[in-house]
Design a protein around this ligand. Structure first.
Ligand SMILES: Nc1ncnc2c1ncn2[C@@H]1O[C@H](COP(=O)(O)OP(=O)(O)OP(=O)(O)O)[C@@H](O)[C@H]1O
Length: 580
């Protein structure tokens, strides 16, 4: 079983609640894993082959989107390739392919090229969670966690992704993008609320468009009575994932504060919410969703009325309600709850939706209702959101969850392995292998899940002892080179200010003395070349200046570094310091 938390508690916290049942959430980690990697003879298994005949596909009967997928290359059973999403269908390449994963390497190269082309920020926002599920008969099946991401990638990047994939791997002729987890999370929840079908025009107006590449491979529209009636006011939120509880959340240095605050909020009696809103932010896969869903689970168990929504669901819900002229009911429903949990708030797009979101959180906060928000960045960096909304979101407790350190990664891995062992007692991972995986997979919890998935696939399918060598081959593609550092405008301002002996406030101020103008212009220039922020955004972050002022500064410094060797060296040094 997953290990219970031993983490930080805030004063006044009660102990862990009894494990209770959550309606429609019956998939335990052990069941999920057992379903995911049932070998031949245990569960329904489909076998197929690629056009080259060198890929054997093993699909468990619950569908490959059950919990993500893994792809292994051959060797003994070979090197790992894909599917960091968790513990689902294994796609195993064997035979003639040799030691290399069949599609994993090309896919890794596609990702690398996209990252270089688009820059770190754009790549992380749109492609950080895009995963390759497999390639069958020329169709590369890609998955993302939300419909919104799916629509966005399809309408903005599909052609580019396909072109890159084809150039890396001629076998790929089409893409099929789908939302992963749509089966898993809801398989047990027959009563899953359905995405209201968003009218094309409304969707396009608010920044998302219908699929344009290939018909979704897996996504199955689930008809519910509410959807059939078009009753979009029947907003019951996204279903919670029964695995994402406090009990299964491992607490370490990087997330102790967030965990303590989350527990406190979940168990608060609701009379006077202490941390409201509670705003958690962190990079991809560091446990935000896990923690805020844990809050939602716990609050539900305490009898609170809870709605958990991803930003895209909020958008779809609102657009559909507008269309069905049930927007009032939609708002009323939202405002009549005790706890609103919103995930991935950085994806909120569209003016009217943002306004509505702003009104909703104002109404809830004014009524003393609790809000919990997760995002991949701090409130001040939510560029798409109205400033007043950002400041309201920042007005409670904002906590950053840092990267998982090695010790925490080790404990998460051990918990995952223990969960698997409760179903597969023969699954054994020697401690040097656990330590090795914890050391080399530095990225996030999702990749740790992917690693366990591959070790399990290896052990189930090969039946051989796990050694450091085989483990290394199984998880090879998950071991990434260090991501380039993301530079923040605030850090640029601080560094440049200290280098030129002025304060950051001077840089943001109206002062026009030469001692301040030069560092200000250098800082603007560095913001333009080291971040993906637009000129207007940079202007806003420099004391509300116009974008033409920023453009002027950028051009001026560009020219100056060309003419003046000393300045060039100085700027290069600042650049290096910021990127280290
Ligand atoms: N501290 C932890 N304890 C247990 N599992 C964890 C922890 N941190 C992350 N995980 C696991 O890692 C995976 C990714 O976590 P989660 O989905 O919560 O990340 P996230 O921060 O919401 O990422 P994203 O920004 O991509 O949505 C999940 O399977 C989660 O259970």
């Amino acid at each position: 079983m997953y290990k219970a938390n031993e983490g930080t508690k805030l004063p006044g916290d009660r102990g862990s609640p009894e494990k209770g049942s959550i309606s429609g959430q019956s998939l335990r980690p052990s069941e999920a894993l057992s379903a995911a990697v049932r070998g031949p003879g245990i569960g329904p298994v489909a076998l197929g082959s690629s056009p080259r005949g060198d890929v054997t596909k093993v699909t468990n009967g619950l569908g490959s989107s059950l919990l993500g997928s893994g792809v292994l290359g051959s060797g003994a059973l070979g090197s790992g390739a894909l599917g960091t999403g968790g513990m689902g269908a294994a796609v195993v390449s064997t035979g003639a392919v040799g030691d290399q994963p069949v599609f994993g390497e090309p896919w890794s190269r596609v990702r690398r090229r996209l990252r270089v082309e688009l820059g770190e920020d754009v790549f992380t926002s749109w492609f950080g969670r895009l995963e390759l599920d497999g390639v069958t008969e020329g169709v590369a099946r890609l998955t993302v966690p939300t419909r919104f991401l799916k629509s966005w990638i399809e309408s903005h990047y599909a052609d580019r992704v396909l072109t890159l994939f084809r150039s890396e791997c001629a076998e790929v002729t089409r893409l099929a993008l789908s939302v992963r987890g749509s089966l898993s999370r809801d398989a047990a929840a027959a009563a899953r609320p359905v995405e209201p079908s968003v009218p094309r025009q409304a969707a396009a107006r608010d920044g998302f468009a219908e699929a344009s590449v290939a018909p979704p491979a897996f996504e199955k529209p689930v008809a519910t009575p509410a959807a059939q009636r078009g009753d979009s006011s029947d907003l019951t939120g996204n279903p919670l994932d029964g695995r994402l509880t406090f009990e299964s959340f491992i607490v370490g240095r990087s997330n102790a504060l967030a965990h303590a605050a989350a527990e406190r909020v979940a168990r608060d009696d609701g009379a006077t919410p202490l941390y409201n809103p509670l705003y958690l932010h962190a990079g991809v896969g560091l446990g935000k969703t896990h923690l805020i869903q844990a809050v939602a689970h716990d609050a539900q168990r305490c009898g609170k009325r809870v709605i958990y929504l991803t930003a895209d669901r909020f958008m779809y819900g609102f657009v559909a309600a507008l269309k069905a002229q049930t927007a009032l009911a939609f708002k009323e429903k939202l405002r009549g709850i005790d706890l609103l949990v919103i995930d991935d708030v950085q994806f909120l797009q569209g003016k009217s939706i943002q306004q509505e979101f702003g009104h909703t959180i104002n109404a809830l906060l004014d009524a003393g209702r609790q809000i919990v928000v997760a995002a991949d960045r701090p409130p001040a960096d939510l560029e798409a959101l109205d400033e007043r909304v950002c400041s309201r979101l920042a007005g409670g407790l904002v906590v950053e969850m840092a990267s998982l350190d090695e010790e925490l990664r080790n404990r998460i891995l051990m918990a995952r392995i223990a969960a698997v062992q409760s179903v597969h007692p023969a699954f054994s991972v020697p401690s040097p292998v656990v330590s090795y995986v914890a050391r080399v997979i530095t990225t996030n919890g999702r990749d740790l899940d992917g690693a366990v998935n591959r070790l399990l696939a290896h052990s189930t399918l090969s039946g051989s002892e796990m050694s450091l060598e085989t483990a290394e081959a199984a998880i090879r593609d998950l071991v990434r080179t260090k991501d380039p550092k993301r530079v923040k405008i605030e850090d640029i301002q601080k560094l440049v200010a200290s280098r030129y002996n002025v304060s950051r406030a001077d840089i943001l101020s109206e002062r026009r003395t030469a001692a301040v103008v030069k560092p200000r212009q250098i800082a603007m220039y560095l913001s333009k070349i080291l971040t993906l922020r637009s000129l207007p955004e940079i202007g806003r972050r420099f004391g509300g200046r116009d974008h033409t002022t920023v453009l002027h500064a950028v051009r001026k410094i560009e020219k100056a570094v060309g003419d003046d060797g000393a300045l060039n060296e100085e700027v290069e040094l600042l650049k290096r310091m910021l990127q280290e």
